[in-house]
Design a protein around this ligand. Structure first.
Ligand code: GLU
Length: 419
């Protein structure tokens, strides 16, 4: 993997940049350059045909200065150790940016989950816990869903963990279904947090929802809910894409034209992709990034906005619902071009924030209403958005560096106590 496409290399560049702004203590800077603990495991799974296949799994526990390690588990064929490390670092920054008492961690398994039967997926998920249960727990490290992992997988993992330790610990994992002890609102909380950020951004940039066009790359859990929420708020979603390709509304210049997200969601559930939806033209997953829209929402994977395409971006603002979609070099270009980037560590922090609420409900034996959850989430997101915005103004920098400044400062106060 080249340095440019290595997410951990990119994450460390972001750290160095923020450290420069706040003259971070060199000792703390050094301590923040690697995870506290990085584990690789071999997970044997009995396949449906009776053979055994070994899958490689990881857990990176980056830092727990602010609270228990926290972060999702990704199932993807391109998972690498450096990706898991970067994602765990970003979880630390993310929790600190929105000021919730959680640390940073991430897990991953190299697998294409679409090729496994449900039984194989369950055995893989239970196998992950059999290899890692000793470092997990509601008082140690609390995983959650990420790319291609679901509430059902979280339920299997909780069950396996409790079988092994011989007692209940529902707070060992978040993103569970409601009947498994999950929180109201968790399923769409990443998008909900992103929607609150978009609303605050639009206010600060004097954009009127009905006149604001948006393109969304990715129509998975985060992207599809984001499309629904923003469209309910009045924004004009004019293009979306999924792993099979993208679509753009025909005659975008007609100001009333926009995608009908409910009909599109129903269409994707029926056909497996957004491609071919009535009244649209097919575009590629790359084309969607350079479309002439007001706001671009990358909601899929990392490293999609690079120096190769950043110069062609026409959006005035980018709301990063995916983790790590913009490389540091592309970030610099966007800054010079005057494109406002709401960084992943803020824009997609709604997911881990409601995970934190779920963990708290589990630990206290409570169940909050959806209205309660959303009120608390809105306050955290709006406060964090404006704190990052004013830090950006104060340091005359971009929002990502501003978020890192606040987050690294919070972590470093705690780390300094350990020296
Ligand atoms: N995977 C999500 C993220 O990247 C959620 C993590 C969590 O809820 O712990 O933020």
């Amino acid at each position: 993997m080249s340095e440019v496409s290595n997410p951990f290399f990119n994450a460390m560049e972001q750290l160095d940049k923020a450290a420069g702004y706040i003259s971070l203590d060199e000792r703390i800077h050094t301590m923040l350059k690697q995870p506290d603990r990085l584990i690789e495991v071999a997970i044997p799974v009995v396949m449906d045909d009776g053979t055994v296949k070994i899958f490689t799994g990881y857990r990176s526990q980056y830092n727990n200065s602010l609270g228990v390690y926290k972060g999702g588990i990704r199932y993807h064929w391109n998972v690498t150790v450096d990706e898991v490390k970067a994602l765990s670092f970003w979880m630390m920054i993310k929790c600190a940016t929105v000021n919730i008492p959680m640390g940073g961690a991430k897990g991953g398994v190299i697998v294409n989950p679409k090729e496994l039967s449900e039984g194989e997926l369950e055995r893989l998920s239970r196998g992950y816990i059999q290899k890692l249960w000793m470092v997990l727990g509601s008082d140690k490290d609390v995983p959650a869903p990420d790319v291609y992992t679901t509430p059902q997988i979280m339920g299997w993992m909780r069950d396996e963990f409790e079988k092994i330790i011989g007692k209940q610990d529902p707070g060992v994992i978040t993103g569970k279904s409601i009947d498994q002890g999950g929180s109201e609102g968790r399923g769409f909380s990443t998008a909900q947090g992103g929607a609150y950020c978009t609303r605050e951004l639009a206010k600060n940039m004097n954009m009127i929802p009905e006149e604001t066009t948006i393109a969304i790359q990715g129509f998975g859990n985060a992207g599809s809910h984001m499309a629904r929420l923003l469209s309910e708020m009045g924004y004009r979603i004019v293009a979306v894409s999924d792993s099979k390709g993208g679509i753009a509304i025909n005659n975008k210049q007609v100001t009333t034209n926009k995608l009908n997200i409910d009909a599109l969601t129903e269409y994707k559930a029926r056909t497996g992709s957004v491609v071919g939806f009535e009244g649209t033209t097919e575009i590629s997953n790359d084309d969607i990034l350079t479309m002439d829209v007001d706001i671009l929402v990358p909601a899929a994977l990392e490293n999609v906005i690079t120096p190769e395409n950043a110069g062609n971006i026409k959006a005035k603002a980018i709301v990063e619902l995916a983790n790590g979609p913009t490389t540091p070099d592309a970030d610099e270009m966007l800054k010079k071009m005057g494109v406002v980037v709401v960084p992943d560590v803020l824009a997609n922090a709604g997911g881990v924030t409601v995970s934190y609420f779920e963990w708290e409900q589990n630990v206290k034996g409570e169940h909050w209403t959806e209205a309660d959850v959303l009120t608390k989430l809105e306050k955290i997101m709006v406060d964090a958005f404006h704190e990052v915005w004013s830090t950006k103004e104060q340091y005359k920098t971009d929002m990502r560096t501003a978020a890192f400044i606040k987050a690294v400062d919070r972590v470093s106060v705690k780390l300094t106590e350990t020296l």
